[in-house]
Each structure stands twice: as C-alpha cells, then as structure tokens.
Design a protein around this ligand. Sequence first.
Ligand code: F6R
Length: 260
Amino acid sequence: MNIFVAPDRTAAALRTADLVEQLVNATAPTALGIATGETMEAPLAEIVRRHRRGTLNLASTEVYLLDEYIGLQPDDPCSFANTVNRLLVEPTGISPGAVHGPDPHTLNLYAECAGYERRVRAARIQLQLLGIGTNGHIAFNEPGSSFASSTRVVRLSEQTRSDNARSFPDGAQPPAAAITQGIGTILMARELLLVACGQQKAQSVARAVEGPVTRSLPASALQLHPNVTVVLDPPAAALLADDARQPCRRNREEGKDFYQ
Ligand code: F6R
C-alpha cells in the first residue's frame, strides 16, 4: 500500500488528478471508477481543469459510479448521478452515455443490482477512486459488510445519514437506502485510490491502513488488494503511526514520491 500525505487538501486533489491523468493518458479506452461526496469535489474539479487545458483527455474514458441513493426523484440534485453530471459531464462535455451507474428508479432493484454488477465486471475497472466514511465504509458498504459482497441494496447507517446530511438542503435527511457496489466488486479493480481529507477521517483511515482486517471496518479490506494508493491531507493522517505520518519530509529527503 502506498501512502501519500500531501501538504494540504489542495495538494491531495492535485495528486489524485495526477494519478488519474497518468492512467487516462497511458490507456485508451479507460474504465475509471469514481466515488462521489465532498472529498471528490476538488479532485474532479482538477480533472475538469486538465481536460479543458488538454493535458487529460477524457474522450475515451468510461466512468462507473460506486453507488446511488434510493428514494430521490430523478432530477434531485443530491443524487450521485446528477452530482456527477454537474461536476464532470457538463463541464467537460463528455457523453452522458459514457457515465454508468446503478438505476434506483427501476421497478426491479434486485435485477438492476445484478445487471450493474455484470457491467462493472465486464468493464474491468482500471482505477477505482474511493472515499471513506467516518465509520470506515467504502462506497456504501457499511460496517458488517462481507468482503465478498457484490452490488446490492443496502440500508444506510445512522452515522452515514447524519454525516451526509450536510450535502442535502436544510433539514432534509438523506435516504435510508442505496444501491452500492460490493466490497468484492471494488476489490476486482486493477488499482484502488483512496482519498481522505480532514480530521474527522483520521480514525477510520488509521484503522483501515494499520488496524486488523475486519468487516467491522470495511475499508480495512483494502489491505487485501495488491495495488492500493492512499492520498491524505495531514489531519486525515494524524492518527497513523509516526513513520507513516511524515512521508512528505522523508520523501523530500529521499527524493521519492511515496512512503511505501
Ligand atoms: C460515495 C461514496 C462514499 C463516500 C464517503 C466519503 O460515492 O462512495 O463512500 O466516498 O462517504 O464521503 P465524503 O467525501 O463526503 O466525506
């Protein structure tokens, strides 16, 4: 696992965009898995900036979403599909058909989950961007999720709903259910890139990276994957063991980018 502690949140977004740019420019077509949420807003803005500048061309990239709320109206700005339209599709002009996600409005959600799982597997995701919940979830795989889980309907924890309420208009509560790729689905991606910023993520990051591998902390499943990069800002890295927390200084001395 490569751990990169950026000097600040902006540098973490730049580093994330660097890794996406390297992949997109080296492979075409590219299957890129993206997460939504506050953490991803700055990296996506940087990806859009580079696309406009012409250094990162998304023309042959297929984008796959990790998850989606169940119960929002199709035009609700808080749905992940609409968020990705606003943050990525509209500003880059990439084809909306190149963005894939589970459809929470179909009658048969179980068939939808099975179908989306098949599409993600067939896509062979090259790089999967991930955020992490304060409770250690990845996508919407809440504590207790099986590491072998596939795309399915899940109930969101009260912790997740209260954390995510900040993205909803005043007083509105996030839905209680969602469709999410499973941990088993996520682990099939060739490379995983977890991004976390802010002190509120420090505990789940430390448990994911240094704690025991346990289904009570879903992100600890990343320790089972052979190709994982974790990009943090200093507050999110604050509870890592000392030698992992100081990579920027060490790397400057050693002329290396990453603490390994
Ligand atoms: C959303 C997703 C979630 C978020 C996580 C962090 O697609 O997969 O796992 O990445 O909840 O969200 P933020 O970045 O809002 O703290």
